[in-house]
Design a binder for this molecule. Structure first.
Ligand code: ADP
Ligand code: MG
Length: 701
């Protein structure tokens, strides 16, 4: 079938008038024949199964029942009337209810004749009632073949209310297949069909809408999921290839004195092999003539800072400037502290720019950036201000990507005549499947190894009732010279209450850990930033042993001597947040502990989160669980939901298919980058159409 017919407006399908066409467009985005064919069922119903009225369960899905109407009446209600029919079989009675279309229904309903009714039964005032059921005389019903897999299509309340029921959608689909004769263009190349033993497009579309048996249905689903993911990946990877060929990057040909002398003389520790591999990947990118666009993932404590620093040295070695942007002031200061120490040894000029940089300092920084005497700049989003202009920015590094938006990423791009190389670092491990979809156009480096000698943080779950025991444990640790964090949740919706909990908690800690033996710090968002910093400093210097805080300490704080993290009301935190918090300890040589405190009442999800934390320290495993619990939209935010807004595939469940789809797409493009080979004609055509009708690029950049 040529694709022209599939682009026919849906209005032209028999059974679809202007009203229905309008509804289909507005409610389901169906404008053409093609759109309707791509409306895939959510699930399949068994229409060979009949329920007895006595068997109906509360909250059951749609069911069908055979019985007779014994009485019909109209009942007045607050607004208008409702029509109620009493329906019985040999096991009980239920009600059929209509709120609209009374006259027509009443005239057509037959009393004491066997019917098959189909719909969702609600429990209402001590009996079951089925609103707006589909009705069919048993005699008629028996003439039709029933399938154990009747498609249930996505729908909306408005559609059902206006008469476009699932039955109608099934009929429209039948009509459509009759008209287009089930001859669809194949969209995948033979090589893939053979290699993966995929159903043809024709068989797949037919079986997804009219499953012939369960194995064909499964194969149809597989083929269509594969196709959907394959074309998304194809677009993302092509975008990456095109980007590389179009956007010229500065070519950093040499690794010079800065890098080499740091590497041979000043490296504070042996790099892990993962760090070395990632530095090599970055070096290769910046040495090619394409602009680097790389995401660096590495769990908390995996040692991203040194990788960032050594990458910046390569830029400096080629007479370019570099910058590093972090989401908070605390984090910027920490980066600045560790990096400026290295810089001193190498005679590199470095400054920090944040919201609290004084005006005179700021002016000096601006000047030195423009005349090139300042080589390295570290700071917060203050770096993005219009007044900040570089002489020649060669590399921009962004720490903690998703606290900044994509828009901000691109703002950095335009700080130069030519875009600098970009390295985005994130400590939040993103499940591979999600990364492939959302960042599929970026190159990804992963530090999957912690520096040697790190002890795994021991994690336990304790109930509030055991607080005394926990406090005793804290005292033992403090006696050994360690420090302790106690973190409270702070959520905007319940802010006032949360602050009260924090202050109550603080007071009870001060009571149990009295001066002069113990010193307790407190840090939270309502404090002035000078006070906050002073308290942080006291803790960092070891003058206080306990830090009571809200999640402000989640990002970045590095106090190697702190070895215990107590998280209060741990059931209220998300998994990735718990993992981030735990990452604050285990930074020194000592055995560290994370204690998750909760009340006794826990939801199923909360229990899973706590068990996951106790079971593993692996950020990627935690991220996978998080993805299963929360779904991709919640993890990435709505920004990227376009890429995740899939018709049939499911990022969480179809990870395996996604991997195959991605590697197939990579292989195909490697072999035929511009899709000109004869055997890839189908791919080229489908790809072109996709870009035209459903351009994924619009979703991401
Ligand atoms: P993150 O990836 O969380 O930003 P950092 O870069 O802050 O991690 O590193 C965490 C700690 O580990 C720092 O104290 C750093 O000096 C140290 N570190 C980093 N790499 C190594 C290594 N290869 N060997 C030993 N210690 C390392
Ligand atoms: Mg870091």
């Amino acid at each position: 079938m040529n694709s022209g017919v599939l682009q026919t407006p849906i209005d032209f399908l028999k059974g679809v008038g202007p009203n229905r066409a309008d509804l289909l467009k507005k409610e389901l985005g169906i404008h053409t024949f093609q759109d309707l064919i791509n409306l895939f069922p959510n699930r399949y119903l068994d229409r060979t199964r009949y329920y007895k009225i006595a068997e109906i369960q509360r909250n059951s899905a749609e069911i069908q029942v055979i019985g007779k109407i014994i009485n019909i009446k109209t009942i007045a209600q607050q607004k208008g009337k409702r029509l109620v029919a009493t329906f019985t079989d040999d096991t009980g009675t239920m009600e059929l209810v209509w709120f609209r279309g009374h006259k027509w229904i009443r005239e057509n309903l037959k009393v004491n004749v066997p019917y098959v009714v189909f719909g969702k039964a609600n429990w209402f005032q001590d009996h079951f009632s089925m609103p707006h059921p589909e009705m069919e005389l048993l005699e008629e019903h028996e003439k039709n073949l029933r399938s154990a897999m009747q498609p249930v299509y996505p729908s909306t309340e408005k559609l059902t209310n206006r008469g476009i029921t699932n039955r109608v959608l099934n009929k429209l689909m039948q009509q459509l297949f009759t008209e287009v004769k089930n001859t669809f263009n194949e969209t995948l190349p033979d090589s893939l069909l053979n290699q993966l033993k995929l159903l043809s497009k024709n068989e797949a579309l037919f079986n997804i809408h009219f499953p012939q048996n369960s194995s064909l249905l499964a194969r149809a689903q597989y083929r269509l999921k594969f196709e959907e993911l394959f074309y998304i990946q194809l677009q993302l990877i092509r975008k990456n290839i095109i980007h590389k060929s179009k956007i010229k990057g500065y070519r950093f040909e040499q690794v010079g004195d800065y890098f080499n002398s740091f590497f041979s003389r000043h490296l504070p520790f042996e790099l892990t092999s993962a760090q070395k591999r990632v530095i090599r990947e970055i070096r290769n990118d910046m040495g090619s003539s394409a602009q680097m666009n790389r995401l660096l993932q590495g769990d908390v404590g995996s040692g991203k800072t040194i990788v960032a620093f050594m990458s910046m040295l390569i830029a400096l070695d080629n007479d370019f400037q570099a910058c590093l942007m972090a989401p908070t002031e605390i984090l910027s200061v920490q980066h600045y502290n560790s990096i400026s120490e290295y810089c001193n040894k190498l005679n590199i000029s470095v400054s920090i720019l944040t919201g609290s940089t004084s005006t005179s300092n700021r002016k000096e920084i601006h000047e030195n950036l423009e005349n090139g005497s300042l080589q390295l700049l570290i700071g917060t989003h203050a770096l993005l201000e219009d007044k900040v202009n570089f002489k020649n920015l060669g590399l921009a590094i962004i720490d903690e990507q998703h606290r900044f938006g994509v828009a901000q990423r691109s703002k950095l791009w335009h700080k130069n005549k030519q875009p600098p190389h970009i390295l985005v670092m994130t400590a939040t491990p993103i499940p591979r499947t999600l990364a492939m979809s959302v960042y599929g156009d970026l190159d990804i480096s992963i530090i999957d190894e912690l520096p040697p000698g790190r002890k795994q943080v021991k994690t336990v779950h304790r109930f509030d009732a055991n607080r005394l025991k926990v406090f005793r444990f804290l005292k033992d640790e403090i006696a050994k010279g360690r420090q302790v964090y106690i973190v409270y949740p702070l959520i905007q919706e319940s802010e006032a209450l949360d602050y009260k909990d924090l202050m109550d908690g603080y007071e009870s800690v001060v009571r149990d850990f009295p001066r002069p033996d113990y010193q307790v710090s407190i840090v939270h968002g309502q404090m002035k930033s000078a006070d906050k910093e002073m308290e942080m400093d006291r803790f960092i210097r070891g003058e206080t042993q306990i830090m009571v805080a809200t999640t402000v300490i989640e990002v970045g704080v590095d106090v190697p001597n702190a070895s215990v993290m107590v998280i209060e009301s741990a059931e209220r935190f998300g998994l990735s947040q718990l993992h981030q918090l735990r990452g604050r300890v285990g930074r020194g040589a000592e055995q560290s502990y994370c204690i998750l405190m909760t009340g006794h009442k826990l939801t199923e999800d909360a229990r899973t989160r706590l068990q996951t934390m106790v079971r593993t320290n692996d950020g990627f495993e935690i991220a996978e669980t998080d993805l299963k619990l929360r779904g991709p939209g919640d993890i990435m935010g709505t920004q990227q939901s376009g890429v995740l807004n899939l018709r049939i595939a499911d990022i969480v469940k179809d990870g395996e298919i996604l991997k195959i789809a991605r590697s197939s797409a990579i292989q195909l493009l490697r072999d035929d980058p511009s899709l000109t080979k004869k055997e890839n004609l189908a791919v080229k055509r489908t790809y072109t159409e996709l870009v035209k009708y459903r351009n994924i690029w619009n979703y991401i950049s």
